[in-house]
Design a protein around this ligand. Structure first.
Ligand code: NAD
Length: 491
């Protein structure tokens, strides 16, 4: 196994974190022998292995979560009591913050500046739901003609949580913080490429003293995820990942009408109106069109600019991305690290070939970064003369590839933005914020920013169309884990 000079898995992670599963409040030995390989995106060498769960491990985790929900104290605590535990988890995460940021960088190559900047969102989520849960109205009395009913919001039950590799600790925290605040118990299965954030989360859960079985963690790939989704003891599945997998999961849930939340892919558009100042557009568009080498669901990957301003925008944007410092993700100056996994690199290469074959014009990039003899380093890539019907404009590439599409007038810009099977994010740039708001209202996506791009944990996030079902973050994120019950008080 190769030693990684910047992150030593053996010495920086405890033995249980490296080798055990957290089930029913204990660190238990995996029952199987299969291992997951973690490959460095920088050196392409094996960094460490993590045990993969067997079906038996999943069964134990599900049974523990079911017991903790049906018989344990967690769903019966007052919301304020649960809030105290959530705040303790936030404190435990805070102690491990530099480790979490470095893990993200080590496992999948997120530039350390980005992972350090974004990882605190995990703490924000637990702090936010700790506070929200104490103020939220879980019970209200409502009159109807001739009587009174009590409307109560109860935990949805036992939740199966499945997350991808691109923002592991944040995506886990969105789900775990809200589910716990609601009074649910859970089994989480993170991505096989990034198992260790969930293991550190388990350490935090243990240190915060949650009752056994409330949080259980198992590891594995698609097959184990599929096995988990199909456990009849689970009341709800909360999934973040690709639209393709989301459809399979939705179908499995529909068979037993399990509740399901889906946070899926995107192909988001940035509309640049003619009155926008190009330098201020670039300030947010340069970092948010290909953050983490474009491996972020809300990346603004289609830029819509008027025919009149297209060339001046292209010149400025291309010079900005050509100046990116590409290299070691542990170097604080690095702006673009490698793609995370070999299949990501192959996927991006396939899309670039499709763009060229379908007649888009490659303005810059399009290949491996010269000077790197190993690692999944791919150049920032810009296509123009893109028609919105081309594959590169329709499908999520999940790489550092931008499509510039020229529009005739604002009406056409809105139509192009909406001509997508996805509906996750978007942005409008203009000197007139109210005009930007009007256009934002016409864009069929779950999130739109005027003059920038923002995602805040207190504001709901999620998709229209094939970008998902439901919301995470904000009050809506808590409500995703609640069931509504009406109790008629007849005498
Ligand atoms: P993926 O769908 O291949 O895998 C995501 C997770 O689901 C992994 O843990 C995987 O093991 C598991 N999985 C895959 N197929 C499954 C199945 N049939 N049943 C159960 N589990 C299954 O996605 P990925 O490549 O890891 O992640 C990238 C995708 O995630 C992109 O499409 C991106 O847009 C999306 N994403 C969305 C959001 C959001 O909030 N909307 C956030 C981050 C990433």
């Amino acid at each position: 196994m190769a030693t990684n000079p910047q992150f030593n898995f053996e010495s920086e992670l405890s033995e249980p974190v490296r080798k055990s599963f957290f089930i029913d409040g204990q660190w238990v030995n995996p029952s199987g022998v299969v291992k997951l390989d973690l490959i460095s995106p920088v050196t392409e060498e094996l960094m460490i292995q993590m045990p993969e769960a067997s079906e038996e491990d999943v069964d134990e985790a599900v049974a523990a979560a079911r017991r903790a929900f049906d018989q344990g104290p967690w769903p019966r605590l007052s919301p304020g009591e649960r809030g105290v535990y959530l705040a303790r988890i936030a404190d435990e995460l805070r102690k491990r913050l530099p480790l979490l940021a470095r893990l993200w960088t080590a496992q999948v190559g997120a530039p350390i500046g980005l992972s350090t900047y974004l990882s605190p969102q995990s703490i924000d989520l637990f702090d936010y739901y700790a506070k929200l849960v104490t103020n939220y109205r879980f019970e209200e009395e409502r009159s109807y003609p001739g009587g009174v009913a009590r409307i109560v919001f109860e935990p949805a039950g036992v939740v199966g949580i499945i997350t991808p590799w691109n923002a592991p600790i944040i995506l886990l925290s969105y789900k775990i913080a809200a589910a716990l605040a609601a009074g649910c118990t859970l089994v989480a299965k993170p991505s096989p490429e990034t198992p260790f954030e969930a293991q550190i989360m388990a350490e935090c859960i243990e240190a915060a003293g949650l009752p056994p079985g409330v949080v259980n963690i198992v590891h594995g790939g698609r097959e184990i995820g599929d096995y988990l989704v199909n456990r009849p003891q689970l009341d709800k599945i909360s999934f973040t990942g690709s639209t393709a997998a989301g459809k399979v999961i939705a179908e499995a849930c529909s068979k037993r009408l399990a509740r399901v939340n889906l946070e899926l892919g995107g192909k988001s558009a940035a509309i640049i109106l003619d009155d926008a100042s190009i330098p201020s557009v670039l300030n947010s568009l340069v970092p948010f069109s290909m953050p983490f080498s474009g491996q972020v669901c809300f990346s603004l990957t289609r830029v819509l600019v008027s025919k009149k301003n297209r060339d001046s925008f292209l010149d400025a944007y291309v010079s900005a991305v050509e100046a990116f410092k590409i290299g070691d993700p542990f170097d604080a100056a690095t702006q673009l690290g490698p793609l995370s996994i070999r299949r990501q690199l192959e996927r991006v290469q396939r899309y670039v070939a499709a763009g060229k074959a379908e007649g888009a014009k490659l303005v810059t990039g399009g290949g491996l970064v010269p000077g790197f003899d190993r690692g999944y380093f791919f150049q920032p890539t810009v296509f123009c003369d893109v028609d919105n019907d081309m594959t590169i404009a329709r499908e999520e590439i999940f790489g550092p590839v931008l499509s510039v599409i020229a529009y005739e007038d604002e009406e056409e810009a809105v139509n192009i933005a909406n001509a997508s099977s996805y509906g996750l994010s978007g942005a409008v740039y203009t000197a007139d914020p109210e005009k930007g708001y009007d256009i934002a209202r016409r864009i069929r996506t779950g999130n739109v920013s005027v003059n920038g791009l923002c995602v805040n944990v207190e504001i709901p996030f999620g998709g229209f169309k094939q970008s998902g079902i439901g919301r995470e973050g904000g009050i809506e994120g808590l409500e995703a884990y609640l069931e509504c019950k009406s109790v008629y008080m007849l005498g």
